[in-house]
Write a new protein. Structure first.
Length: 407
């Protein structure tokens, strides 16, 4: 150390870290957009784009040509639903339609020839380029955003696409978790058809939707409306995904099939979200992930509980990443425990959690792991499940006749 004479100051890091929370319902949507309406050099193909409004979407991906149905362009339909009907923002879009490649028999650009394999995409080890769903791996690096919901309306009913979506939802960027919103096939006419499709999946990170819906004379995929509604409910709760979107009103004209309460509850019993109207307004109906009924663990069976687990885990990654590679000493342990407990206590105080606490325990940290640079913290928590069933116990009490007597 150089010779010193005078007064010197050394700053220490604050023990309590600033908390950065992630988006709870940010949608990542793969599909088709009318990019043939844009100049050839300005067509985003297999490039994730973070979009904040419907106007920006049209500027980036083009406008549906006159005479063509918006149903052919799944990203355009999602953008209209998400930005205009539910007034949510932002969303991330990936267009896989290349008008120079995807053409009909007459040589005209045709987005309907897109295959499930092109939606799934992949990684080219020669060029280093990702396509389709695989581009989700670039989102955090590009935008600093964590995806909350993965969608491919118009394609997710293909089992291969759905499985690829689930795989990404379960382990995104090797650190984060999300939900995959999956539609049933167009030929699923009956509730039993929807169940037969759902039986192919059992992940708590998947939610299955049936039937399709109608709006303004067009068929819409229910997953797109569910994504908008999910984000709307989260927004009401300052971005904390503790409340179920079930029994909340959808912005639709009607479902393609009207269900009785018995049919709707049968679908819920099978782990399928549907649509039901009790007194007024068409409501999303169902709280269960695709893991139900096989899995009944509260964190895996209920959509809001699974989403809260995802959100807590994602936030813990963001919160403590800055401490990775710091010296493993008491200051580090106290900093992490204090910061996380303050954050969790805030969630409990606002009723987003029923209870939560973080511990540093010797039984979780064998000396061999500590010597290898591995340190573990143990967290207990409880997210409130939805009040799916409300019962009253009613009993006649004849002693109330005594109220007829006396003054």
């Amino acid at each position: 150390m150089a010779f010193q004479h005078g007064v010197y100051i050394q700053e220490l890091d604050t023990k309590i870290l600033g908390v950065r929370t992630c988006d709870s319902a940010l949608p990542f949507v793969v599909g088709t957009a009318p990019v043939q309406t844009l100049p050839s050099g300005a067509r985003p193909i297999n490039e994730p784009k973070l979009i904040f409004s419907y106007k920006e979407y049209v500027q980036t991906f083009g406008e549906v040509p006159q005479g063509e149905s918006e149903e052919k362009y799944t990203l355009s339909q999602f953008a209209r639903i998400y930005f205009t009907l539910y007034q949510m923002t932002p969303a991330i879009f990936v267009n896989v339609f290349d008008p120079d490649i995807h053409k009909d028999a007459q040589g005209h650009p045709d987005p309907t020839v897109i295959t499930p394999g092109e939606i799934i995409g992949g990684y080219n080890s020669t060029t280093g380029k990702r396509t389709g769903l695989e581009t989700i791996e670039e989102v955090f690096s590009l935008f600093g955003k964590v995806v909350g919901t993965i969608l491919a309306p118009g394609f997710s009913y293909h089992q291969s696409v759905a499985n690829a979506m689930i795989a990404k939802a379960e382990k995104l960027n090797n650190h984060f978790k999300a939900m995959a919103y999956i539609d049933t096939p167009p030929d699923a006419i009956l509730p039993t058809d929807a169940k037969a499709f759902k039986d192919n999946f059992g992940s708590p990170h998947a939610v299955i939707f049936w039937p399709h819906v109608k709006f303004n004379g067009m068929k819409h995929w229910l997953s797109a409306h569910a994504a908008g509604l999910t984000a709307k409910v989260d927004e009401k709760n300052t971005g904390v995904p503790y409340e179920s979107p079930s029994n909340k009103e959808l912005r639709i004209d009607a479902p393609e099939k009207i269900l009785s309460i018995q049919e709707a509850n049968y679908l819920n019993e099978q782990g399928i979200c549907t649509i039901f109207r009790f007194t007024s307004g068409w409501k999303l109906w169902g709280n269960r992930t695709a893991a139900f009924p096989e899995k009944t663990d509260i964190k895996d069976a209920f959509i809001p509980c699974r989403r809260m687990a995802n959100w807590i885990e994602n936030n813990l990654v963001l919160l403590t990443w800055q401490k990775v590679d710091d010296p493993m000493n008491k200051r580090l342990i106290e900093s992490v425990v204090s910061t996380v407990n303050i954050w969790l206590n805030g969630l409990v105080g606002r009723n987003f959690l029923i209870g939560a606490k973080v511990y540093f325990r010797p039984q979780d940290n064998p000396l061999t792991d500590l010597a290898n640079g591995i340190i573990r913290f143990y967290i207990t928590y409880l997210a409130p499940p939805p009040a799916e069933t409300i019962e009253y116990i009613l009993e006649v009490d004849v002693t109330y006749f005594n109220n007829l007597f006396g003054g």
